[in-house]
Design a protein around this ligand. Structure first.
Ligand SMILES: CC(C)(COP(=O)(O)OP(=O)(O)OC[C@H]1O[C@@H](n2cnc3c(N)ncnc32)[C@H](O)[C@@H]1OP(=O)(O)O)[C@@H](O)C(=O)NCCC(=O)NCCS
Length: 208
Protein backbone atom coordinates (compact mmCIF):
# COMPACT_ATOMS: atom_id res chain seq x y z
CA UNK A 1 0.00 0.00 0.00
CA UNK A 2 1.34 3.47 -0.86
CA UNK A 3 2.00 5.71 2.08
CA UNK A 4 1.29 9.42 1.66
CA UNK A 5 4.55 11.39 1.49
CA UNK A 6 5.32 13.56 4.50
CA UNK A 7 6.86 16.97 3.80
CA UNK A 8 8.05 19.26 6.60
CA UNK A 9 8.84 22.97 6.35
CA UNK A 10 11.44 24.61 8.55
CA UNK A 11 10.36 28.15 9.43
CA UNK A 12 6.83 29.44 10.01
CA UNK A 13 6.96 32.97 8.59
CA UNK A 14 5.46 34.60 5.53
CA UNK A 15 7.87 32.92 3.13
CA UNK A 16 6.67 29.54 4.41
CA UNK A 17 3.10 30.43 3.41
CA UNK A 18 4.27 30.88 -0.18
CA UNK A 19 6.16 27.57 -0.07
CA UNK A 20 2.98 25.84 1.20
CA UNK A 21 0.86 27.43 -1.54
CA UNK A 22 3.46 26.47 -4.15
CA UNK A 23 3.51 22.85 -3.01
CA UNK A 24 -0.29 22.75 -2.94
CA UNK A 25 -0.47 24.18 -6.46
CA UNK A 26 1.91 21.39 -7.50
CA UNK A 27 -0.48 18.80 -6.02
CA UNK A 28 1.51 18.06 -2.85
CA UNK A 29 0.68 18.76 0.76
CA UNK A 30 2.73 19.73 3.78
CA UNK A 31 2.44 17.57 6.91
CA UNK A 32 3.89 20.03 9.42
CA UNK A 33 5.79 23.26 9.91
CA UNK A 34 8.51 23.55 12.58
CA UNK A 35 9.81 26.77 14.13
CA UNK A 36 11.89 27.58 17.21
CA UNK A 37 9.45 30.35 18.21
CA UNK A 38 7.31 28.50 20.77
CA UNK A 39 4.64 31.19 20.44
CA UNK A 40 3.83 29.70 17.04
CA UNK A 41 3.39 26.12 18.24
CA UNK A 42 -0.21 24.95 18.02
CA UNK A 43 -1.05 27.59 15.40
CA UNK A 44 -1.90 26.91 11.75
CA UNK A 45 0.02 28.33 8.82
CA UNK A 46 -2.60 28.36 6.08
CA UNK A 47 -4.03 24.89 6.82
CA UNK A 48 -0.81 23.33 8.13
CA UNK A 49 -0.09 22.88 11.87
CA UNK A 50 3.03 24.38 13.44
CA UNK A 51 3.94 21.47 15.67
CA UNK A 52 7.22 22.27 17.45
CA UNK A 53 10.90 23.23 17.21
CA UNK A 54 13.32 22.57 14.34
CA UNK A 55 15.00 19.89 16.44
CA UNK A 56 11.97 17.64 15.80
CA UNK A 57 12.68 17.49 12.06
CA UNK A 58 15.03 14.53 11.87
CA UNK A 59 13.08 12.15 14.11
CA UNK A 60 9.67 13.12 12.73
CA UNK A 61 9.49 10.49 10.00
CA UNK A 62 9.45 13.08 7.24
CA UNK A 63 10.33 12.07 3.67
CA UNK A 64 11.37 15.56 2.54
CA UNK A 65 12.06 18.99 3.98
CA UNK A 66 12.20 22.55 2.69
CA UNK A 67 13.96 25.34 4.59
CA UNK A 68 11.17 27.90 4.22
CA UNK A 69 13.07 30.99 5.39
CA UNK A 70 13.71 33.94 3.09
CA UNK A 71 16.79 35.22 4.92
CA UNK A 72 19.85 33.67 3.29
CA UNK A 73 22.05 33.47 6.39
CA UNK A 74 19.33 31.77 8.44
CA UNK A 75 18.42 29.41 5.60
CA UNK A 76 22.04 28.27 5.34
CA UNK A 77 22.36 27.85 9.11
CA UNK A 78 19.30 25.58 9.22
CA UNK A 79 20.25 23.58 6.11
CA UNK A 80 23.71 22.92 7.52
CA UNK A 81 22.61 21.47 10.83
CA UNK A 82 19.63 19.32 9.83
CA UNK A 83 19.92 16.12 7.83
CA UNK A 84 16.80 15.75 5.69
CA UNK A 85 16.20 15.05 2.03
CA UNK A 86 15.75 18.59 0.69
CA UNK A 87 12.93 18.95 -1.81
CA UNK A 88 13.07 21.39 -4.72
CA UNK A 89 9.72 22.93 -5.58
CA UNK A 90 8.53 24.56 -8.82
CA UNK A 91 5.15 26.28 -9.07
CA UNK A 92 3.15 24.87 -12.01
CA UNK A 93 2.76 28.40 -13.33
CA UNK A 94 6.48 29.10 -13.31
CA UNK A 95 8.41 28.39 -16.50
CA UNK A 96 11.62 26.45 -16.02
CA UNK A 97 13.33 25.09 -19.13
CA UNK A 98 14.20 21.39 -19.14
CA UNK A 99 17.90 22.20 -19.48
CA UNK A 100 17.97 24.10 -16.18
CA UNK A 101 19.82 22.50 -13.26
CA UNK A 102 18.08 22.94 -9.90
CA UNK A 103 19.81 22.10 -6.64
CA UNK A 104 18.24 20.48 -3.60
CA UNK A 105 15.85 22.62 -1.58
CA UNK A 106 15.52 25.26 -4.31
CA UNK A 107 12.11 26.91 -4.75
CA UNK A 108 10.69 28.63 -7.83
CA UNK A 109 7.50 30.61 -7.19
CA UNK A 110 4.52 31.56 -9.37
CA UNK A 111 5.24 33.66 -12.42
CA UNK A 112 8.99 33.12 -12.32
CA UNK A 113 10.87 32.21 -15.50
CA UNK A 114 14.20 30.39 -15.60
CA UNK A 115 15.67 30.14 -19.07
CA UNK A 116 17.81 27.50 -20.84
CA UNK A 117 21.21 26.63 -19.46
CA UNK A 118 20.75 28.30 -16.08
CA UNK A 119 22.35 26.50 -13.15
CA UNK A 120 20.83 27.05 -9.71
CA UNK A 121 22.51 25.71 -6.58
CA UNK A 122 21.01 24.37 -3.38
CA UNK A 123 18.39 26.26 -1.34
CA UNK A 124 18.06 29.03 -3.93
CA UNK A 125 14.86 31.12 -4.04
CA UNK A 126 13.52 32.50 -7.33
CA UNK A 127 10.67 34.52 -5.91
CA UNK A 128 7.34 35.60 -7.40
CA UNK A 129 7.62 36.95 -10.94
CA UNK A 130 11.42 37.01 -10.98
CA UNK A 131 13.34 36.03 -14.10
CA UNK A 132 16.69 34.29 -14.48
CA UNK A 133 17.80 34.30 -18.07
CA UNK A 134 19.90 31.88 -20.13
CA UNK A 135 23.17 30.56 -18.73
CA UNK A 136 22.98 32.35 -15.38
CA UNK A 137 24.78 30.61 -12.52
CA UNK A 138 23.32 31.08 -9.04
CA UNK A 139 25.31 29.63 -6.16
CA UNK A 140 23.79 28.05 -3.04
CA UNK A 141 21.48 30.18 -0.84
CA UNK A 142 20.97 32.96 -3.42
CA UNK A 143 17.60 34.76 -3.27
CA UNK A 144 16.24 36.52 -6.36
CA UNK A 145 13.45 38.64 -4.85
CA UNK A 146 10.02 39.27 -6.41
CA UNK A 147 10.13 40.97 -9.80
CA UNK A 148 13.92 41.04 -10.05
CA UNK A 149 15.47 40.29 -13.44
CA UNK A 150 18.82 38.74 -14.28
CA UNK A 151 19.88 38.97 -17.94
CA UNK A 152 21.83 36.16 -19.63
CA UNK A 153 25.18 34.88 -18.28
CA UNK A 154 24.88 36.60 -14.89
CA UNK A 155 26.73 34.87 -12.05
CA UNK A 156 25.66 35.36 -8.43
CA UNK A 157 27.79 34.12 -5.54
CA UNK A 158 26.66 32.23 -2.46
CA UNK A 159 24.07 33.84 -0.23
CA UNK A 160 23.55 37.03 -2.22
CA UNK A 161 20.16 38.77 -2.36
CA UNK A 162 19.02 40.42 -5.56
CA UNK A 163 16.46 42.82 -4.12
CA UNK A 164 12.89 43.29 -5.15
CA UNK A 165 12.42 44.81 -8.60
CA UNK A 166 16.12 45.12 -9.40
CA UNK A 167 17.78 44.36 -12.73
CA UNK A 168 21.20 43.02 -13.72
CA UNK A 169 22.60 43.44 -17.23
CA UNK A 170 24.17 40.52 -19.17
CA UNK A 171 27.40 38.90 -18.07
CA UNK A 172 27.66 40.62 -14.66
CA UNK A 173 29.36 38.83 -11.76
CA UNK A 174 28.02 39.48 -8.28
CA UNK A 175 30.06 38.22 -5.34
CA UNK A 176 28.98 36.18 -2.32
CA UNK A 177 26.78 37.52 0.52
CA UNK A 178 26.20 40.77 -1.37
CA UNK A 179 22.87 42.57 -1.43
CA UNK A 180 21.38 44.58 -4.26
CA UNK A 181 18.79 46.97 -2.79
CA UNK A 182 15.25 47.31 -4.09
CA UNK A 183 15.04 48.65 -7.64
CA UNK A 184 18.79 48.70 -8.21
CA UNK A 185 20.17 48.47 -11.74
CA UNK A 186 23.47 46.60 -11.74
CA UNK A 187 25.73 47.66 -14.62
CA UNK A 188 29.13 46.62 -13.20
CA UNK A 189 30.43 43.61 -11.29
CA UNK A 190 29.95 43.71 -7.52
CA UNK A 191 32.43 42.24 -4.99
CA UNK A 192 31.66 39.97 -2.03
CA UNK A 193 29.80 41.24 1.03
CA UNK A 194 28.63 44.68 -0.02
CA UNK A 195 25.30 46.50 -0.08
CA UNK A 196 24.69 48.24 -3.41
CA UNK A 197 21.63 50.10 -4.62
CA UNK A 198 20.45 52.86 -6.93
CA UNK A 199 20.33 53.47 -10.66
CA UNK A 200 23.03 52.67 -11.55
CA UNK A 201 23.71 50.53 -8.48
CA UNK A 202 26.70 51.75 -6.46
CA UNK A 203 28.36 50.13 -3.47
CA UNK A 204 27.15 51.89 -0.31
CA UNK A 205 28.91 49.88 2.38
CA UNK A 206 30.44 46.56 3.40
CA UNK A 207 28.19 43.90 4.92
CA UNK A 208 29.42 41.82 7.80
C1 LIG B 1 18.91 48.87 0.87
C2 LIG B 1 18.03 48.49 2.04
C3 LIG B 1 18.50 47.14 2.59
C4 LIG B 1 18.00 49.50 3.17
O1 LIG B 1 19.24 49.73 3.67
P1 LIG B 1 19.38 50.71 4.90
O2 LIG B 1 20.82 50.88 5.12
O3 LIG B 1 18.53 50.24 6.05
O4 LIG B 1 18.81 52.04 4.32
P2 LIG B 1 17.82 53.11 4.96
O5 LIG B 1 16.41 52.62 4.90
O6 LIG B 1 18.35 53.56 6.29
O7 LIG B 1 18.00 54.29 3.92
C5 LIG B 1 19.19 55.05 3.82
C6 LIG B 1 19.10 55.92 2.61
O8 LIG B 1 19.20 55.11 1.43
C7 LIG B 1 18.03 55.26 0.62
N1 LIG B 1 17.69 53.92 0.12
C8 LIG B 1 17.46 52.80 0.83
N2 LIG B 1 17.22 51.76 0.01
C9 LIG B 1 17.29 52.26 -1.25
C10 LIG B 1 17.13 51.67 -2.51
N3 LIG B 1 16.85 50.36 -2.64
N4 LIG B 1 17.28 52.43 -3.60
C11 LIG B 1 17.58 53.77 -3.48
N5 LIG B 1 17.74 54.38 -2.28
C12 LIG B 1 17.60 53.63 -1.19
C13 LIG B 1 16.96 55.77 1.57
O9 LIG B 1 15.97 56.49 0.86
C14 LIG B 1 17.77 56.66 2.47
O10 LIG B 1 18.04 57.86 1.81
P3 LIG B 1 18.10 59.26 2.63
O11 LIG B 1 19.22 59.09 3.62
O12 LIG B 1 18.38 60.27 1.56
O13 LIG B 1 16.77 59.39 3.28
C15 LIG B 1 16.56 48.43 1.65
O14 LIG B 1 16.09 49.74 1.39
C16 LIG B 1 16.27 47.57 0.45
O15 LIG B 1 16.37 47.99 -0.69
N6 LIG B 1 15.87 46.32 0.72
C17 LIG B 1 15.50 45.36 -0.28
C18 LIG B 1 14.92 44.18 0.44
C19 LIG B 1 14.39 43.15 -0.49
O16 LIG B 1 14.30 43.29 -1.68
N7 LIG B 1 14.01 42.04 0.12
C20 LIG B 1 13.42 40.94 -0.57
C21 LIG B 1 12.28 40.39 0.22
S1 LIG B 1 11.41 39.14 -0.62
Amino acid sequence: MNRTERIVLLGAGGHAKVVISTLEAAGRSVAAVLDDDRGKWGQQLLDVPVTGPLSEAEAGGYDFGVVAVGDNVTRKAIAQVLRLLWLSVVHPRAIVHDSVTLGAGTVIFAGAVVQPGAVLGNHVIVNTGATVDHDCVLADFVHVAPGAHLAGHVAVGEGSLIGIGSSVIPGIKIGSWTMVGAGGVVLKDLPDSVLAFGVPARVKRKRS
